[in-house]
Write a protein that binds this ligand. Structure first.
Ligand SMILES: *[C@@H]1O[C@H](CO)[C@@H](O)[C@H](O)[C@H]1NC(C)=O
Length: 381
């Protein structure tokens, strides 16, 4: 590059060498040297990054952060020059700081964060008309009208149970196949459908649960309790309300159901509950309530939504709620009578079904048949 000053000079008149000029060229030399050094440094760094990570991975903020985290740890905790006593402590720290589903502050997760989705139908008025004691939230596939109709005829039928206002609502995502007009008509008839614009699928059940929490927090904050209950359940709603009326049942930070302790994470790829280590690295889940039906005080949904920002989502919705409780620092409660929460049934027993709160069923037909008998007058046992 030629400067304007140089071109203005007469070529025959060589400018006199001056100490100022010498300094200038020395400065230029050092400047070029430093620029070269800088470029070399950038190339070196880039090569080092690619050594441990593919280019694609280094674009992922989360993995990039983890890489930094592990590196920083290695620098801070060399195995040498450490007293054995302290080495144990350092190893403990290392174990606790290895990749965790709960990331450090400032890193947020968006896949399951419900504010990323919007309600297509929200029936926002239902909790303004009345203040429910209990809201039953039933996740169901958009096309599964058979399950919804069975519930509407059985445990979802009565709006007053044991003198308390009870609401039953169905939570749906979007599904390419489902007829939008038909769903609108169904909602006009029953006013019980809530639909959000995420893709409805089995792997997206955590999103569905978090959208349920968002609806409860924003559309129904005055309710006292809520339950997430699957559509294939027999729910003895009378016994559930009686349980919640038991003196001493907490009104806040309360989560109950069938408690699962030390539940192993399923690593077998053909399981319906398979979770890869990249998604959830620990071998066990924290204590959680089985997803078939869990009951919570209605202050919790807003807290779940808030804390979910900092918990990496995974596809096991009930264990994810357990993870939220753990991060919030709340413990789960055993129900007053744990034997009321049953899973697979081996056939109908009128006496048994009058005592329990939940049972998993095989079909909607089964629900209607069992319920019809259970509601017949006369002694149960
Ligand atoms: C889950 O929902 C999101 C948002 O609608 C969608 O992008 C994603 O493909 C869905 N995942 C599955 C496995 O269905």
């Amino acid at each position: 590059m030629i400067s304007g000053d140089m071109r203005a000079l007469n070529p025959s008149e060589k400018p006199p060498e001056s100490p100022c000029r010498e300094k200038k060229s020395l400065f230029r030399f050092w400047f070029k040297f430093l620029v070269l050094l800088g470029v070399l440094f950038i190339f070196l760094c880039y090569g080092l990054c690619n050594d441990t990570q593919s280019l694609q991975e280094s674009f992922s903020l989360q993995k990039h952060y983890r890489w930094l985290f592990v590196r920083a740890h290695q620098v801070n905790a060399p195995p040498y020059r450490v007293h054995p006593k302290h080495r144990v402590i350092l190893n403990e720290i290392k174990e606790n700081t290895e990749p965790s589903p709960v990331q450090p502050e400032g890193l947020q997760y968006h896949e399951a964060y419900p504010h990323n989705y919007r309600f297509v139908m929200d029936n926002a008025e239902v909790c303004k008309i009345s203040t429910p004691f209990l809201v039953l939230m039933v996740p169901v596939a958009p096309e599964n009208i058979v399950a919804r109709d069975a519930i509407r005829q059985t445990w979802g039928k009565d709006s007053t149970v044991q003198g308390e206002v009870v609401l039953t609502l169905f939570m749906l995502g979007l599904n390419g196949g489902a007829d939008v007009e038909k769903l609108k008509q169904e909602n006009q008839q029953h006013h019980d459908l809530i639909q959000s614009n995420f893709m409805d699928s089995y792997l997206n059940l955590t999103i569905k649960t978090m959208v349920i929490m968002d609806w409860l927090a924003t559309r129904c904050p005055t309710a006292a309790y809520a339950m997430k209950v699957d559509s294939d359940m027999f729910l003895n709603i009378d016994n559930l309300v009686i349980m919640l009326q038991t003196p001493g049942i907490p009104r806040v930070n309360y989560l109950t159901g069938l408690l699962m302790w030390n539940s192993p994470v399923i690593r077998s790829k053909d399981s319906k509950w398979y979770v890869p280590e990249e998604i959830y690295p620990y071998p066990q889940y924290p204590t959680y309530t089985l997803g078939m039906g869990y009951i919570f005080s209605n202050d919790l949904p807003a807290k779940f939504v808030e804390i979910s920002k900092s918990i990496k989502p995974f596809n096991i919705e009930d264990a994810y709620i357990g993870e939220c409780m753990k991060k919030l620092g709340f413990s789960l409660s055993s129900p007053p009578d744990s034997s009321q929460f049953k899973t697979y049934n081996t056939g109908y027993d009128r006496c048994e079904f009058s005592r329990i709160i939940t049972y998993i069923l095989r079909s909607s037909e089964e629900l209607i048949n069992y319920w019809t008998d259970y509601k017949k007058p006369g002694a149960h046992c």
